[in-house]
Design a protein around this ligand. Sequence first.
Ligand code: MG
Length: 165
Amino acid sequence: MISQRVHQALNEQIAYEFHASFVYLSMAAYFDTQNLPGFARWMRVQSEEEMKHAMKFFDFILDRNAKVSLQALPQPPVDFASAEEVFQKALEHEQKVTGLINRIYQMAVEDNDYPTQVMLHWFIEEQVEEEKNVGQVLETVKMAENRAWSLLILDRQMGQREDEH
Ligand code: MG
């Protein structure tokens, strides 16, 4: 049996992952309007990945014979000042998600919920990757931003991101 608080936290996590998907989709739209299609593509792929994260929690709750309750999503930010600001926000968002995942893991340990712990191992690894990737892009954007051509070269590179899992 899944404890009530872990069950609730997993349902909340579905919403956080969909919210992340919305945030990245909004960032994709911003980059598109800035004529940076490579960054826009990178963000679209990122957005799709977050939707898959949400569905992993969705499926896991159902697999445990528990009830899924979807929640309202907050509006994502719609205005951004620069590519640097976008990636700064993205990094902060990922750091927040890491904290949320770690919190559920801690609850699962305290409640002797082994299946949830095992499921979360994937997410714990994933968050290390996410923070690393977004942090690297942020640093590169900072280096490129004051030189338009550097940002354009970076845009082409970002556009090569392939669809993931
Ligand atoms: Mg995620």
